[in-house]
Design a protein around this ligand. Sequence first.
Ligand SMILES: Nc1ncnc2c1ncn2[C@@H]1O[C@H](COP(=O)(O)OP(=O)(O)OP(=O)(O)O)[C@@H](O)[C@H]1O
Ligand SMILES: Cc1ncsc1CCO
Ligand SMILES: [Mg+2]
Length: 280
Amino acid sequence: MSEAPATLHARISQAAREVRATCPLAGSITNAVTVNLVANAQLAAGGSAAMVYLADEALALTQVGGAFYVNLGTLLPCHAQSIPAAARALRDLARPLVLDPVGIGLGELRGQILDELRDAPPAIVRCNASEAIALARQWGLLEGDEAQGPRGVDAQDAVDDARAAAQAIARFIDGAVAVSGETDLVASADRVVEVEGGSPLMTKVTGMGCSLGGVAAVYAAVTDPFTAALAAAAHYKVAGTRAQRDCAGPASFQLAFVDALHAIGPDELAAEAVLRERGR
Ligand SMILES: Nc1ncnc2c1ncn2[C@@H]1O[C@H](COP(=O)(O)OP(=O)(O)OP(=O)(O)O)[C@@H](O)[C@H]1O
Ligand SMILES: Cc1ncsc1CCO
Ligand SMILES: [Mg+2]
């Protein structure tokens, strides 16, 4: 990993160049609905993919991959062991974990696993606004009114409403949080950047968020968590904007989107990324 350049755009293009040059492996434990899109997006972005379910295999993958991705979307009994075991192994190796806490609040197992991850935390949390607020509450990171109240699993909150939660999580994990929506928000302990672009059709294809987490893990294999989260968010927004021009609806959008992820080079990515710094 070389030293990060000063500007955000330069950091993104350097990260994309390193991904293209090294084809980093990010292993995944991810949900059964969208596993194929996650792997295809990781390959199209320039990385390599390997999906597992069992603890034994997850532990082997943490040793060989540059980063690891965990998505709680469709839990099975084996995940009660495999996800915490992978997270602890990554913590001990000082290798980045990217977490998508899909469906936080649904049933008990998700909550148990997230309690365990508090002690072996991810480097990047990738989620929607409601999930960011729910995770910050579960980990006890909010105070006053913000700490109260039940939350569902849908993204009923606006991305901007999740800003305090995102920053609280980013500080707690000493990493980055990427909250997706019409405008994405990427937070580190001391910076908040908005990323514009994409398409409303991204909400009509399942797994756009899941696969964004997988691509963030590919980037996390070559750069720091904040740059990785920002590069992945920007790559998705630029690819989504392009894909919308060439499609007839959600199905052809997904194809055009994966093509665009693949076609966008590091310089184009930096040139077309629309970023707005919101505070540091
Ligand atoms: N209305 C929108 N306009 C533009 N881009 C959007 C819009 N909604 C979502 N996106 C983009 O779609 C991608 C996925 O974000 P989204 O918030 O839909 O994730 P998600 O709800 O976790 O998805 P899933 O759970 O289906 O994987 C991100 O790149 C985000 O920027
Ligand atoms: C639809 C769905 N259900 C569980 S995971 C998933 C994919 C989007 O998160
Ligand atoms: Mg999601």
